[in-house]
Design a protein around this ligand. Structure first.
Ligand code: NDP
Length: 247
């Protein structure tokens, strides 16, 4: 995958950082989008350049802010001349009892997870359409399909919206840009740092493989969808959850 450019939103840590590294291993030039953790993003940028000898650029951008996303898209065209792959990975969760949720918190989840995916697909997708080629991979969640906990109803709604955006953008951008979606189950990242050992053990019992995923196990599916091996896969939703059932 030489001379290819990939943008991963929320690329500074967790699943996003593993996507960045897996792309770089293949010689892909990478753009590491982040929102709050600048040092983490700069450290990753340096590590990727030194280790894999590809171009790497960390860009601060709140994906829920239309002006910032448009500016990020313009910077990418100026610095890389175009873009081949977009991974809409940036996401947040904030669990609390359904009746206790503030509208402000609820909207923030929708803004980042759903509106962020929309804005990046819109502005980066425009560039891909002009190029007449590109691949968009959205990171949703099994919570988009199954209902596990009312505490994450805002997150679940945002991720169900990401499924809908996948299908709509796939139609809008066909036949030039493929749009696919991955629904991970539990993954070992900072997003789950609040879980107690007891909760983790309870959740593992509901997974056929009996464990949470390593972030690279999600990243490898992203790489597959971005590669020519997935040339006939479009408008698809793939669960990567180790066989998780809604118990
Ligand atoms: P992490 O909490 O480890 O990372 C989240 C990433 O999103 C960070 O890089 C963060 O950047 C970025 N981010 C947050 N808000 C914004 C914003 N407004 N604009 C741009 N970037 C932002 O999470 P994971 O790696 O676990 O999650 C990655 C994706 O996978 C998410 O969409 C999540 O919903 C999904 N997922 C995760 C699962 C899990 O069990 N971990 C399961 C199913 C889906 P910064 O640090 O700079 O804020």
């Amino acid at each position: 995958m030489k001379n290819i450019v990939a943008l991963v939103t929320g690329g500074n840590r967790g699943i996003g950082a593993k996507c960045i590294e897996e792309f770089a291993k293949l010689g892909v030039n990478v753009i590491i989008n982040y929102c709050h953790h600048e040092e983490e993003a700069r450290d990753l940028e340096k590590y990727i350049k030194e280790t894999y000898k590809v171009k790497a650029l960390a860009i601060k951008c709140d994906v829920s802010n239309s002006d910032e996303v448009e500016k990020m898209a313009n910077t990418i065209v100026d610095m890389f001349g175009g873009i081949d792959i977009l991974v809409n990975n940036a996401g947040i969760s904030r669990d609390s009892l359904l009746l206790d949720k503030s509208i402000k918190d609820f909207k923030r989840i929708l803004d980042v997870n759903l509106i962020g995916t929309y804005l990046c697909s819109k502005y980066i997708g425009k560039i891909m359409l002009e190029q007449k080629q590109g691949k968009i991979i959205n990171i949703s969640s099994t919570n988009a399909i199954d209902t596990f906990y009312p505490e994450s109803c805002d997150y679940d709604a945002s991720k169900a919206g990401v499924l809908s955006l996948t299908h709509n953008f796939a139609r809008e951008f066909a036949p030039f840009v493929s749009v696919n979606c991955i629904c991970p189950g539990w993954v070992k990242t900072g997003m789950n740092k609040e879980l107690s050992l007891e909760q983790i053990n309870e959740e593992k019992k509901k997974i056929l493989l009996g464990r949470f995923a390593e972030p690279e196990e999600i990243a490898k599916v992203v790489i597959f969808l971005a590669s020519s091996k997935a040339s006939y896969i479009n408008d698809s939703v793939i669960r990567v959850d180790g066989g998780k059932y809604n118990g």
